[in-house]
Write a protein that binds this ligand. Structure first.
Ligand SMILES: [Zn+2]
Ligand SMILES: [Zn+2]
Length: 315
């Protein structure tokens, strides 16, 4: 079957990643007629598309963020149930990245193309675990596709909070990362009292409704933090940056990115993406004959697989 691979099955144009055989985009960057949305992070889910295909949780998050402008017609698909866009059979497979995140499996003239979207292998109690399907073509994000990037154990990272006796200001993206942190702190640093920025509360409510309650936390109040009581105040990036001179608190930013850490000492490496070893593991599950890379640097994968697996860099 693999000789039926269509080399231009997916290609980039100014609107984003396009499948001309089904006339749809995956995670378009401009509003389009047919949009398959892998998950609700803002760089993947923009408002204003006409027909949107996504999971129920992704729909809920897009409605919360964009309201009436979220898009015209939402077609909700559950994981592992098949639907069709102009002859391309599509299945969402859990990506383990955040609640509702999906890999997009596309089958067309006997060939399986699997777009991972953002995905992770690390355990995360606040979302569905990643699932594996075989594919001929793996279209993978390559944000951290570099042998030099290995994410540390997230539990060991979160346990660092136990050694900090002052109040903590913890920067994190509001959607997905914050809920994972609330859950992990409850589990691994249970004496900490978690405060959250008011913008995080409605997101938590959706998690709860979907059966993934993040765990104990309360909305931030200015008076609370006056006492040194092992508070952890979780704030989105813009608020975190505005507290740059805050005194009496330890500032940490939870991310897989080195350059988002506060400094070399105050690090909290918790990533919701695959690192180098995770990508290799994913490839061993999916067993593709070709790998197409996007979002990042595919050169390391190309070098690593040499003549064994054909690697094409899409962006
Ligand atoms: Zn994401
Ligand atoms: Zn992303």
């Amino acid at each position: 079957m693999t000789n039926d691979i269509i080399e231009d099955f997916l290609s980039f144009n100014p609107n984003g990643l396009y499948c001309k055989y089904g006339d749809f985009y995956i995670d378009p960057v401009q509003p389009v007629a047919n949009a398959v949305i892998s998950h609700a992070h803002a760089d993947h889910a923009i408002p204003g598309n006409t027909n949107i295909y996504c999971t129920e949780a992704t729909h809920a998050f897009m409605k919360l963020r964009y309201g009436k402008n979220a898009g015209k017609a939402f077609n909700i698909a559950a994981y592992n149930s098949n639907f069709n866009i102009r002859g391309v059979a599509i299945t969402f497979i859990s990506a383990g990245h955040m609640l509702g995140s999906a890999q997009v499996l596309m089958e067309y003239s006997g060939v399986k193309y699997l777009y991972t979207g953002d995905y992770k292998l690390q355990p995360d109690a606040t979302c569905e675990p990643i699932e594996w399907g075989n594919a001929d073509i793996l279209i993978t994000e390559s944000t951290f596709a570099d042998p030099a990037i290995l994410h540390p154990d997230p539990v060991a990272e979160i346990k660092k909070l136990n050694d900090i006796k002052s109040n903590i200001l913890l920067g994190a993206y509001g959607l997905g990362k914050s809920q994972r942190l609330i859950n992990m702190i409850n589990e691994h640093a249970p004496q900490k009292k978690i405060l959250v920025h008011h913008r995080i509360m409605p997101i938590n409510a959706i998690y709860e409704k979907m059966g993934f309650a993040p765990g104990k936390c309360q909305i931030y109040g200015r008076k609370l933090m006056k006492n040194q009581e092992e508070f952890v105040y979780i704030v989105p990036p813009f608020t975190f940056d505005s507290y740059i001179k805050a005194t009496g608190v330890k500032r940490l930013f939870a991310s897989g990115w080195k350059n988002l850490q506060v400094n070399l000492q105050d690090t909290l490496f918790i990533s919701d993406h695959v690192d180098w070893n995770d990508i290799l593991q994913a490839i061993s599950h999916i067993k593709p004959t070709q790998i197409w890379t996007l979002h990042g640097n595919g050169m390391h994968l190309k070098k690593y697989f040499g003549d064994d697996i054909f690697v094409k860099i899409l962006n």
